[in-house]
Write a protein that binds this ligand. Structure first.
Ligand code: SAM
Length: 245
């Protein structure tokens, strides 16, 4: 998979040299390239924004600069092989389902907006030319720019690429996985810490009892924190020993 990130602050993406993503890049498991949008400007001031047509506060990112950048990055690739991901607070929420879908794509280009965002015709143009355009939101709050959302997308998507996570078992029981539940609480040594004990069942060595305890925990936790997820469970995700939370 190849991921291109475009921003006026490409230094934001230095974090993608660290940890699992950095390791995967060095092992060529994923090809991540970062770009400065200003490299596609054509004036001495390297201007990427202009005032909003129709009035209003702030500045809007220019479609001509974005168009040159994106045309160059798409290059000779077939448009249908490209996903153009545009972070925006008015986008579709970035969920694990969307992440799983994006993890199957050949190429993702992430266009990071600043100021009041990117001229709306950019998404419209590429959508009209066969590129899959995903306007996505990290959550119901407003950030200063799309870079943090882009890094979140890269971490979540690359985590699913085979070979990325050392032990693929860790992906199976995670929150927001096939079970449709949040993960159970986790513990490690010491068994006793500040008068708080690890639940005895986890020390029992009884794998069946541990599995049941963890499932009950996951259901109770999901019911308390995310009742919307419980409401969406279907019968195939329940087992006959599940108790109502
Ligand atoms: N006035 C814009 C609005 O209300 O939609 C907000 C623009 S925001 C200050 C600048 C940029 O930050 C956006 O273009 C987008 O790239 C990014 N951004 C802000 N909040 C975001 C969120 N919740 N999810 C994804 N991107 C976000």
């Amino acid at each position: 998979m190849r991921i291109d990130l475009v921003s006026v602050f490409p230094e934001f993406f230095d974090v993608l040299d660290l940890s699992l993503v950095g390791k995967a890049r060095r092992r060529d498991v994923v090809d991540i390239r970062t770009h400065n949008l200003r490299d596609w400007t054509s004036d001495v001031h390297r201007t990427v924004d202009d005032t909003p047509i129709g009035g209003g506060a702030g500045m809007v990112m220019k479609p001509d600069v974005w168009g040159r950048a994106l045309d160059d990055l798409i290059g000779p690739s077939a448009p249908e092989t490209i996903t153009l991901a545009i972070p925006t607070p008015s986008g579709r929420p970035l969920t694990q389902r969307l992440v799983e879908d994006l993890a199957t794509r050949e190429r993702i280009i992430i266009a990071c907006g600043r100021y009041e965002g990117i001229d709306a015709r950019v998404a419209e143009h590429y959508r009209g030319h066969g590129v899959r355009v995903e306007e996505f939101s990290l959550g119901d709050y407003v950030l200063n720019g799309g870079e943090v959302a882009a890094v979140a997308l890269v971490e979540a998507v690359t985590r699913l690429i085979p070979g990325m996570v050392g032990n693929p078992e860790s992906l199976v029981e995670e929150s927001h996985g096939a079970a449709g539940l949040l993960e159970y609480r986790v513990y490690t040594r010491p068994v006793s810490w500040r008068e708080l004990e690890v639940p005895a069942v986890l020390l029992s060595g009884n794998h069946g009892a541990v599995a049941r305890y963890r499932r009950d925990e996951a259901i109770a936790r999901t019911a308390a924190r995310r009742p919307d997820m419980i409401a969406e469970l279907n019968t195939s995700q329940l087992d006959k020993h599940d108790r109502p939370a």
